[in-house]
Design a protein around this ligand. Structure first.
Ligand code: GLA
Length: 364
């Protein structure tokens, strides 16, 4: 891979990083004003950057092929419908918020696999904003940075994602989960259970065209809100389930997922605080079933992986993580057994699905 000096003929001035994330539980709840529980993973995006004296941006990414330098002028950002839009979106939104930028050269590398449900895009926008913050001394706190990350995707890229991923990239760390109320943006850090290994297994199925399906789910939630006369699904609780079941298909099931998933996040946080893995594990399986049957964002390969995990006596719980339509499964395994069990599940899964899975966590 080309280094910064080879690409730009000088040394970088700053280096910044941001991690990918795995969501433990609380899926498709953030844009409904609900709760999420992500944690940082070791895989991350790294940005080396040097300011220029003009207004040109030159950026190279090793995460895509062919890797080549792309350029544009600040103030002339035009969507190109590829990874450069995350960079262009950052400079566009930062400028619109009054943050003074000059041109820059940047080199991006990432170990977060794209389309894996582990938030490669937020780790890119957040690491780039961190690099720009130190290069240009921007007045930008970590929360604002996450909010701008969401606006980049909503307003420039055209994906109506929620706040979870940039919040996790900006504020989460390994070893604790970020228990976030996506409505108030209040958060607490909850230690991961001591008796378990966190496992993340990539299914080998990359989500494609997922933005369209994602935006459809979001619209369905909005339709459910209109029919139920609430602003957000967060305004409902399990006592509203009889009313929710009266909605037309599939809005009834979409809303039921969101309302029951919020309850599962609260129950999971309690179980984690009590270090009670026997209570935590079944919440993972219940969340998966709800995403598969009610929210319909799983795929057969991911369902197979979850069932293989369920057959392992050392796995407490497993579920699809992230937006869905491919991606990764998150599991909790008895401490000390995670990597070995993940490898066994990966092998059985590869034989039965024909896909190429990868154990991402524990990292080897
Ligand atoms: C994607 C989005 C998040 C969230 C998840 C589903 O990762 O970026 O905002 O909605 O899907 O929980």
């Amino acid at each position: 891979m080309k280094d910064f000096v080879t690409l730009f003929g000088r040394a970088p001035a700053v280096l910044a990083r941001a991690p990918g994330r795995v969501n433990l539980i609380g899926e498709h709840t953030d844009y409904n004003g609900g709760y999420v529980l992500p944690t940082a993973i070791p895989q991350h995006t790294e940005v080396e950057l040097a300011p220029r004296s003009d207004s040109k941006v030159s950026v190279w990414s090793g995460a895509v092929t062919p890797a080549r330098v792309r350029t544009y002028e600040l103030g002339a950002e035009i969507p190109t419908r590829d990874w450069l839009d995350y960079v262009q979106g950052v400079t566009r939104i930062l400028a619109s918020e009054g943050h003074p930028l000059k041109g820059f050269d940047a080199r991006i590398v990432s170990s977060v696999p794209l389309g894996s449900g582990l938030s490669s895009s937020a780790s890119l926008t957040v690491s780039l904003m961190r690099a720009l913050r130190s290069a240009f001394a921007l007045q930008l706190d970590d929360l604002t940075l996450a909010q701008i990350g969401q606006r980049v995707e909503n307003e420039f890229v055209g994906a109506r994602v929620g706040i979870m991923d940039p919040m996790a990239a900006s504020l989460a760390d390994e070893g604790t989960a970020l228990f976030l109320d996506a409505r108030s943006l209040q958060y607490q850090r909850v230690p991961l259970p001591k008796g378990a290994d966190l496992v993340v297994l990539h299914s080998g199925v990359v989500h494609r065209h997922a933005a369209g399906d994602y935006n459809t789910r979001r619209r369905e939630c909005e339709q459910a809100c209109t029919l139920l006369g609430v602003r957000q699904l967060r305004d409902l609780s399990s006592s509203d389930l009889p009313r929710i079941s009266q909605l037309p298909e599939p809005l009834n099931r979409r809303a039921r997922h969101v309302v029951t998933e919020d309850d599962r996040v609260l129950a999971a946080v309690e179980a984690m605080r009590a270090d009670d893995l026997v209570r935590l594990g079944p919440l993972f399986y219940a969340s998966h079933a709800s995403m598969r049957d009610d929210y319909e964002v799983s795929i057969p390969e991911i369902d197979l992986m979850v069932e293989l995990a369920r057959a392992e006596p050392t796995i407490y719980g497993a579920r699809l993580t992230g937006g869905g339509f491919g991606g990764s499964v998150v599991m909790l395994a008895h401490a000390g057994t995670g990597y070995r069990t993940a490898e066994r599940i990966a092998q059985l899964y590869a034989e039965r699905s024909g896909c190429s899975p990868r154990v991402l966590v524990p990292a080897q």
